[in-house]
Design a protein around this ligand. Structure first.
Ligand code: NAP
Length: 247
C-alpha cells in the first residue's frame, strides 16, 4: 500500500461532478490537490473550501487543458506551489452529442480537443515530474462509450476509445519506471453531464443498467483512490465502474 499523505495531485475538471468527487476523496486521504477548471471559478472555489474545512489542502487553478500552453502553465503552477507532482487525473471532458449526419466539424474537433488532446497536453507537461515520484500515477477518466459506442456520440466515443489506447501504450513505456497508467471507464454517473439528458431517455438508460440506477461520482472517486493507494502492480488497465452495463 502506498502512503498518500503529502502527495500532490492535479485533477483536471476538478470543480464539478466526477472530478470534484475525486479531488475530495484524494484530499481526505492526505493528498494536496490542484483543482483545475475552465470557466466556473465559483464551483472550483467551493470544492477548495470544502476540502479546507475538512482539514485538507487544495487550490483552484484555471486552465483550458485543451490548450497545450495553458496545460504547461498549470503544471508549472503546481510545481511552484507544492514542489512536486505524484498523481495526474485526466478527467476534464465535454460532450457535443449529435448523430453523425448532423455532427459539425466544430462538434468533432472540440470534443477531440477537450477529451483527448488534453490528455496529451497534460501528460507531456507533467511526465518528467511524475517520474520523479516513487509512486507516479496517471489516471485517465475514459467512458463506457469508448468501449461500447453510444448513439449520437461518434466524436465522444472516438475520444474516449483514444484515451484507452493511449493508456495501454504509455503504460508499456513507463511500467519499468514504477509509474502506472490506467483508465477508469465509468458507466452513467449522476452528474450535470447526465442530468442534461432528457428524462425520457434517462429512464430508458436506467432500465438497461443491471444495477438499475446511475452511479455516483463518489463511486468513481473510490476507484481512483484504489489505483493510487493499492495499485502498484496495476497498469495499462481499464477499471469499469458501470453497474454491470458493460462487461
Ligand atoms: P461535468 O459535470 O460536466 O464536469 C466537467 C468538468 O470538466 C468541469 O469541472 C469543467 O470545468 C471541466 N472542463 C470542461 N472543459 C474543460 C477544459 N477545456 N479545461 C479544463 N476543464 C474543463 O462532467 P462529469 O460528468 O463530471 O464528467 C467528468 C469526466 O468523466 C469527463 O471526462 C466525462 O467524459 C467522463 N465521464 C462521465 C460520465 C457520466 O456519466 N457523467 C460517464 C463516463 C465518463 P468548468 O465547469 O469550469 O468548465
Amino acid at each position: 500500500m502506498v502512503k498518500l499523505n503529502g502527495r500532490v495531485a492535479i485533477v483536471t475538471g476538478g470543480s464539478r461532478g466526477i472530478g470534484a468527487a475525486i479531488a475530495k476523496e484524494l484530499a481526505a486521504n492526505g493528498v494536496k490537490v490542484v483543482i483545475n477548471y475552465n470557466s466556473n471559478n465559483e464551483a472550483a472555489d467551493a470544492v477548495v473550501q470544502e476540502i479546507e474545512q475538512a482539514g485538507g489542502e487544495a487550490f483552484a487553478a484555471q486552465a483550458d487543458v485543451s490548450d497545450a500552453a495553458q496545460a504547461r502553465v498549470l503544471v508549472e503552477e503546481t510545481i511552484n506551489k507544492y514542489g512536486k507532482l505524484d498523481i495526474l487525473v485526466n478527467n476534464a471532458g465535454i460532450t457535443r452529442d449529435r448523430t453523425f449526419r448532423k455532427i459539425t466539424e466544430d462538434d468533432w474537433n472540440q470534443v477531440i480537443q477537450v477529451n483527448l488532446n488534453s490528455v496529451y497536453n497534460m501528460t507531456t507537461a507533467a511526465l518528467s515530474h511524475i517520474q520523479e515520484s516513487d509512486a507516479g500515477r496517471i489516471i485517465n477518466i475514459s467512458s463506457i462509450i469508448g468501449q461500447a459506442g453510444g448513439f449520437g456520440q461518434t466524436n465522444y466515443s472516438a475520444a474516449k476509445a483514444g484515451m484507452i489506447g493511449f493508456t495501454k501504450s504509455l503504460a508499456l513505456e513507463l511500467a519499468k519506471s514504477g509509474t502506472t497508467v490506467n483508465a477508469i471507464c465509468p458507466g452513467f454517473i449522476d452528474t450535470e453531464m447526465v442530468q442534461a439528458i432528457p428524462d425520457e431517455i434517462r429512464a430508458q438508460i436506467v432500465a438497461k443498467i443491471p444495477a438499475r440506477r446511475f452511479g455516483m461520482p463518489e463511486e468513481i472517486a473510490r476507484g481512483v483512490l484504489y489505483l493510487c493507494r493499492d495499485g502498484e502492480y496495476i497498469t495499462g488497465q481499464q477499471l469499469n465502474i458501470n453497474g454491470g452495463l458493460y462487461m
